[in-house]
Design a protein around this ligand. Structure first.
Ligand code: MLT
Length: 410
């Protein structure tokens, strides 16, 4: 008899975004005539940049010719893409990494969910709260999160609240933890940390021998100075941090799937006997076993993001979404709501009026304004009383959604 991994049984019934999709679908069945605007899941609506499409077409043609056909690629990713990443994402910011420190992935989610495999199941961990659900769910699956307590928290997870009171800047853990997940610009609150604020985390990690998993999926949305684009801009971070990036939100790759993970060579974790093991070596071993690389066609598309035309086209898409964010923020504030985020991130974090619970506000907005958001509490206990809206819709949908919300709240 095969015995099940019982930790899976502790997981919430369904993944947050599947749960929301189910609720929206049942609303649509009972209200087939209503036109629902979805600003819930952070999925993009702009088509791929033409430079990426052109590169993909070319790569497809190469695959059709025996002379240029490619079979298995390197598990770590092709050099052409890794070189473009090093040259464009890091070197201009004074960050020098070697090609062997970059691992091309199929979008940030897989590696974010799998990176914990490198560590023993009984490491202690901390997350900011509210948080992208993958960090918690993937740790529940291996038993690291412990058991569910009253109030919806997990017994072995230290929650670092990000609230209106602390300006959504979490405090450092009061005790030592082995592993911390950070996501900046933040999903879901849309807020950022300054260079000085992020430095405190790196210093904490250096002093406490803590590993930081830094999710920088929304880096391309940073518009303000003094907001670091990479954790490696902070001195010493290569000793303590893994950084995960994605082309999903940068270049509309949510359906194409590509990103990368940085595991610096200096980064180590200890054995029980105290020997230090380079995590780069372990992650490479893991990738060679479990991953056969992102498709050649996809990697050529990603490479095109870094060409002069690609950069311009990516910027135009980001500007498009950030224009939505600005319009939405203004409109929601005019409706009397308190709104955070939307300046260096494509997410708006709005406080529900009159202390209404997140799920109740979500349902009311769906049924009465036909607009979908994501209930803040779905991201963790400190998200209660908030709702997340994405700025990834079309201009028309975002404007119409705002018109409906204003009318509904008037
Ligand atoms: C979100 O809505 O938070 C994101 O789309 C989730 C993801 O990137 O997987």
């Amino acid at each position: 008899m095969a015995l099940v991994n019982e930790h899976f049984l502790k997981l919430p019934g369904s993944y947050l975004f599947s749960d929301i999709a189910k609720k929206v679908n049942s609303f649509k069945i009972t209200h087939p005539k209503q036109d629902v605007i979805r600003l819930g899941i952070g999925d993009v609506t702009r088509p791929l940049p033409p430079a990426c499409i052109e590169a993909m077409h070319k790569a497809v043609d190469e695959m059709a010719d025996a002379k240029t056909f490619r079979g298995y690629g390197p598990e770590q990713g092709y050099d052409f893409l890794i070189e473009a990443i090093l040259k464009n994402d890091f070197a201009p910011r004074g960050v020098h990494l070697s090609p062997a420190e970059i691992f091309i992935n199929d979008g940030a989610k897989s590696d974010t969910g799998s990176i914990g495999e490198l560590l023993r199941w009984d490491n202690s961990m901390a997350i900011t709260d509210p948080v992208y659900p993958v960090y918690v769910d993937s740790n529940i699956m291996c038993g690291r999160a412990g058991v569910l307590e009253e109030g919806g928290t997990w017994s072995n997870v230290t929650y670092l609240p990000c609230t209106e009171e602390n300006g959504f800047v979490p405090e450092l853990p009061k005790h030592r933890v082995d592993l911390i997940y950070l996501c900046y610009p933040n999903n879901p609150t849309g807020t950022t940390l300054t260079h000085e604020q992020l430095k405190k985390w790196v210093d904490y990690a250096l002093a406490n021998d803590t590993l930081i998993v830094f999710d920088a999926a929304y880096e391309a949305y940073i518009h303000e100075d003094n907001v670091p684009h990479s954790i490696y801009e902070i001195r010493g971070a290569k000793k303590v941090a893994i950084e995960i990036r994605s082309f999903s939100k940068t270049a509309g790759f949510t359906g194409v799937r590509c990103g990368y993970t940085v595991v610096p060579k200096e980064l180590t974790a200890a054995t029980l006997e105290g020997e230090r093991i380079p995590l780069n070596q372990l992650w490479n071993r893991r990738q060679c076993t479990k991953f056969n690389g992102t498709s050649y066609i996809t990697q050529r598309a990603a490479e095109a993001i870094y060409t002069p035309e690609g950069k311009q086209q990516v910027k135009a898409n980001i500007d498009y979404y950030m224009q939505n964010a600005a319009t939405m923020r203004k409109s929601l504030e005019a409706a009397g709501l308190k709104v955070y985020g939307g300046v260096n991130a494509p997410y708006l974090w709005l406080k529900t009026p009159n202390g209404i619970g997140s799920w109740r506000f979500f349902e009311q907005m769906l049924y009465e304004a036909n607009v979908v958001g994501t209930p803040g509490v779905g991201f963790g206990p400190s998200g209660e009383g908030f709702l997340r809206l994405t700025a990834f819709g079309t201009h028309e949908d975002c404007e119409e959604a705002m018109r409906r919300i204003r009318k509904w709240l008037a």
